[in-house]
Design a protein around this ligand. Structure first.
Ligand code: HAM
Length: 438
């Protein structure tokens, strides 16, 4: 049987691999302008990092985890026992929990520290039903800002994200920025209770999932895809009516800063997001065409309790993640996905077998001088090397032949004009470097 990539995964090669490289690099560069530094954490963590971080009652943890057992864990399972905490691992479904685990473990935000800002680009794993824009392995680019409680931090993160998308050519009018406040420990419990009561009062008209969640995670009902449920939930209590004074003030300040930055946004009191760590500000960026139902290209929010949950000192935090696959589809929809795979524009060709050694050495010298170079590794004839150069999109061929070499020279041939010029190695380097500076 032919071997295939697992369901819900995709190989990235050619244009798409180039796109991932370009977009992640651009994110690292762009976010660095706001003070973000790279972080990498393991692809798998102790299961508990996600259970405690994201919440057991979320779909991401309750239904979509890829579980991994280490050798000791497997031995225990074989013996009919439960794996120990450190033996039960899971592939990361998102990065925030792992980053916060690392922040606590390495004390990256000591009490007197200024804000710590971290950026990452990595693969995530969720055992979802695959469909357009929904994969089991996908790529995220994300940012986490730790130690900043002020509304200006929320606004900065949102503005940075929107400018990043805009910088890639997604026009403002093709995006919807949804924002909400989820409240905090002071006001959310009462709101949850109200939603729970509302669900139970309307149990006859709601789907089983919504009713079942009334006790575990009632706010998830707002994310139910069932149109009948949504119709019933239109009249459910809204968090914005229930916010305490502090949360109300915080939310108002975030909005004022977004207004000041000239950002258009929509307040969506039903935006609850699928992860339990959020407090106060949450946001999501959707695109209006090209993606179908999986139209969120990024989302995030504040998580002021998460570091504490992992045993750290109270430390506010917030961040977002962008889905690379969905962002690429959005770029394709607006026609700005220009990710041609570029081959070196200089090809070094050996006139005959004896010249291969010299051609190999010359290619290294040119590369050392910063000129991108390709050469033949298939023992092709000179004619085929020219053809290969042409096919690869090269602009120049540097021909290494015995007669010129005896005079310390090579021939530079410009492929489209067929012009040829003999020159020394130092002249060649000056000539090619001048071309690349144009
Ligand atoms: P999230 O909304 O679960 O948030 O994921 C962020 C983005 O990842 C989504 O907007 C979407 O573009 C992409 N995404 C999610 N699931 C899939 C999937 N199955 N296939 C393809 N793309 C997907 C988080 O992950 C949070 N950690 C964001 C965050 C950071 N909040 C605070 N800090």
């Amino acid at each position: 049987m032919a071997l295939k990539a697992p369901r819900g995964t995709a190989d990235l090669y050619g244009r798409q691999a180039q796109a991932w490289n370009s977009i992640r690099q651009a994110a690292f560069d762009f976010f660095a302008g706001y003070g973000y530094q790279p972080i990498e954490t393991p692809t798998f963590e102790q299961l508990d990092v996600f259970v405690r971080g994201i919440g057991e009652a979320t779909d991401v943890v309750g239904k979509e985890m890829f579980l991994v057992n280490d050798k000791n864990g497997l031995d225990r399972i074989a013996a009919g026992e439960k794996p120990g905490a450190g033996e039960q691992l899971a592939l990361r479904p998102e990065m925030t929990a792992g980053v916060c685990r690392a922040v606590v473990e390495h004390n990256l935000v000591p009490p007197d520290a200024t804000t710590v800002k971290l950026v990452y680009a990595a693969t995530m794993y969720r055992h979802e039903r695959p469909q357009k824009g929904r994969m089991r392995e996908f790529h995220q680019i994300g940012a986490e800002c730790l130690g900043a409680a002020e509304p200006s931090a929320d606004a900065e993160v949102i503005v940075m994200l929107m400018r990043f998308f805009k910088g890639w050519g997604i026009p403002q009018q093709s995006m919807r920025l949804l924002i909400n406040s989820m409240g905090d420990d002071a006001c959310r419990p009462a709101f949850r209770d109200k939603v729970r009561s509302y669900i139970l009062e309307h149990a006859d008209s709601l789907c089983e999932d919504c009713v079942r969640r009334a006790d575990t995670n009632p706010l998830r009902a707002f994310d139910c895809k069932n149109a009948a449920c949504q119709a019933v939930l239109v009249d459910a209590p809204q968090i914005t009516d229930e916010l305490c004074e502090d949360c109300k003030t915080h939310y108002a300040a975030v909005k004022a800063l977004l207004d000041g930055a000239g950002l258009t946004y929509e307040e969506d009191p039903r935006l609850v997001r699928g992860l339990d760590y959020y407090t106060r500000t949450v946001f999501e960026v959707q695109v209006t065409s090209g993606l179908g139902s999986q139209n969120a290209i990024g989302g995030g929010g504040r998580y002021d309790k998460l570091i504490q949950e992992f045993g750290g000192k109270p430390t506010p935090g917030l961040g977002f993640a962008v889905g690379f696959e969905r962002m690429l589809m959005a770029l394709e929809a607006v026609g700005t996905a220009d990710f041609a795979v570029a081959a070196p524009e200089v090809f070094v060709a050996a006139v005959d077998e004896d010249m291969r050694f010299e051609a190999f050495g010359l290619a290294q010298k040119l590369r050392d001088a910063g000129v991108p170079v390709e050469l033949d590794h298939q023992r092709r004839s000179l004619k085929s090397q020219f053809k290969q150069a042409d096919k690869s999109g090269a602009l120049f061929v540097v021909v290494v032949g015995p007669a010129e070499l005896a005079e310390g020279k090579v021939t530079l041939r410009t492929l489209d004009t067929r012009e040829e010029q003999q020159m020394t190695l130092s002249e060649l380097i000056v000539c090619l470097k001048a071309f690349y500076r144009q």
